[in-house]
Design a protein around this ligand. Structure first.
Ligand code: ADQ
Length: 513
């Protein structure tokens, strides 16, 4: 029987009586069922980590339910039922179609998302997007102000809601407000291109604590503040520092998000997953299974990865027939033209690759475009002997950590992009690669495929130890500590970013180039 390592009944202590969390989407899964809706509580990592604190303090989660217009009659009742089951309140922020198009698809996903991932050629600046973004951020602030008591701690999540604290201050709401950015934060060279850069920076400085995934992102932010707002003073050292700007002091820190290690590890050992693994046996009967798992997104580098796999099969013909790439893609943001084009591009590349290399009883790429349930996903992780996690830029990348936690047989090798936020923590154990360097990734695939059982186990043990120690509960605890401590908190160092450093495969591969 699987026992969670930590009791999930209470949770870390935030300053204040309850916590009120806001994120773009409410933690719900909604599916059409006939004329109505099936509604269930969400089960992502953020929900797992925050639910105990919300439950134990009787907190509230504020967010958009995902539909436009007013809530349909039966739906409100269903939300109430999910609320009762979850043990904390859900406060919906309805959006009109126009707001969804301009605030969500527009400013959030066509301006901020590419900007924060350094993909400047994909920005689409439209002044209407900005107005809608400000308006919806004000609506979120109003919803938070409505449900929050004077003593509550407010915690705002992610890039959709950068201006909520500024709007709260305008409404004279004096609560303490924290913020966590799940994406990377760009360097001044990139941010300089955003017409609203100072408004965004000032918006973030209206929070009391601003959290980033890595030290690199935190430092990029501080550099932007120093350059574009000029009067910033930084005090302290370590993962959390104090930044004084325009008479306000804000804590700014690095808090690498993670997963519930025990949950993945326990599920991976369960009978259900062992059975599901058996059903995957036919995919690579004579060889190794290499796995890619991503949301459909141009930041995840899926076409580059397919190029690298093709290069691996060209450069290392001994891999043909002996290694199969299983690429799982979960549908996402298909209304945005870039995502639609990306899907077509992936399908074309998979077709070309399979057309070129398929032999009797071996198809090089198995491509699935759908969401898998958790046991099915974990069965893939456990079965895979290589995970190919090669985003072009990523805030953290939970797939890398989920793979380590689920790889309970000790044979999984992680090939990881050095520009994923997970790289600093996982550099000692993963094969770090530059996702744009097709040849390097191809050779890393060959290295991983030929790695001895002993080396695989050694690397994986190191990876699993890090993910176990820095789990999602530690993420919430560190944030809560930084939020409550009157002094700059003395938190343990967070590993820094070392491009091509640590246990990168650059040295291992130097001779083969
Ligand atoms: P995402 O960009 O969504 O998150 P990631 O961290 O990799 O990226 O999380 C993806 C999640 O989707 C994982 O939990 C994975 O298991 C799940 N998933 C992917 N494909 C799936 C499939 N086919 N079926 C089922 N589940 C699937 C953003 C940031 C990241 C950051 C997280 C958390 O972009 O950088 O790590 O938030 O902060």
């Amino acid at each position: 029987v699987f026992e969670p390592r930590r009791p999930l009944v209470s949770g870390p202590r935030f300053p204040g009586r309850r916590i009120v969390v806001a994120s773009n989407r409410l933690p719900l899964v909604m599916e059409r069922a006939g004329d109505g809706w099936e509604v269930e509580a969400g089960s992502g990592g953020l929900v797992t980590a925050l639910a105990p604190v919300l439950r134990s303090t009787g907190g509230v989660w504020v967010g958009w339910p995902g539909l436009t217009g007013p809530l349909e009659a039966g739906l409100e009742e269903k939300l109430d039922r999910v609320t009762a089951d979850a043990g904390y309140d859900l406060e919906p922020v309805p959006l009109s179609e126009d707001e969804r198009d301009h605030y969500y698809y527009g400013f959030s996903n066509e301006v901020l998302w590419p900007l924060l991932h350094d993909l400047q050629t994909l920005f689409r600046f439209d002044p209407d997007y900005w107005e809608a973004y400000r308006g919806v951020n004000r609506r979120f602030a109003a919803a938070m102000a409505r449900v929050a008591g004077e003593d509550d701690y407010l915690w705002v999540q992610d890039y959709h809601l950068m201006l909520v604290a500024a709007a709260l201050r305008e409404m004279d709401v004096g609560n303490r407000v924290g913020y966590f950015l799940h994406t990377p934060f760009p360097s001044p060279d990139i941010l300089v291109k955003l017409p609203w850069r100072t408004q965004i920076l000032r918006g973030l400085l209206a929070y009391d604590l601003v959290g980033f995934q890595t030290v690199r992102d935190r430092d990029n932010f501080l550099e932007c503040v120093g350059l574009f707002l000029r009067d910033a003073r930084i005090e302290g050292e370590g993962p959390v520092v104090a930044c004084t700007c325009a008479g306000r002091q804000v804590r700014v820190g690095a808090f690498p998000i993670s997963i519930d290690f025990d949950d993945f590890d326990g599920l991976a050992r369960s009978e259900r997953v062992t059975r599901a693994m058996g059903e995957l046996g036919g995919i690579s009967p004579r060889g190794q299974m290499m796995l890619g798992v991503d949301r459909l997104d141009y930041t995840k580098g899926i076409p580059n990865r397919l190029d690298a796999f093709e290069a691996a099969l060209e450069r290392h013909p001994e891999l043909r027939g002996r290694i199969t790439l299983v690429q799982l893609v979960v549908p996402s943001r298909e209304h945005i033209p870039e995502y639609h084009d990306l899907k077509r591009q992936i399908e074309r590349r998979v077709g070309e690759l399979n057309g070129r290399f398929t032999r009797e009883s071996w198809v090089p790429v198995h491509y699935l475009y759908r969401s898998l349930d958790r046991p099915e996903l974990v069965a893939h992780y456990r079965k895979a002997s290589i995970a190919l996690v090669t985003p072009l830029k990523d805030g953290m990348n939970l797939v890398a950590k989920e793979f380590c936690a689920s790889s309970v047989d000790g044979h999984g090798v992680l090939i990881l992009s050095e520009v994923a936020g997970a790289a600093p923590q996982l550099q000692d154990g993963a094969l770090l690669v530059n996702p744009y360097d097709t040849v390097q990734v191809a050779d890393a695939i060959a290295s991983a495929a030929g790695m001895t059982a002993e080396e695989r186990r050694g690397r994986l043990d190191r990876l699993r130890a890090v993910v176990r120690e820095w789990d999602v509960y530690r993420w919430v605890e560190s944030f809560a500590r930084a939020a409550s401590s009157p002094e700059i908190p003395d938190l343990p160092a967070v590993p820094g970013y070392v491009p091509g450093g640590g246990a990168s495969c650059e040295d291992d591969l130097a001779d083969s180039r």
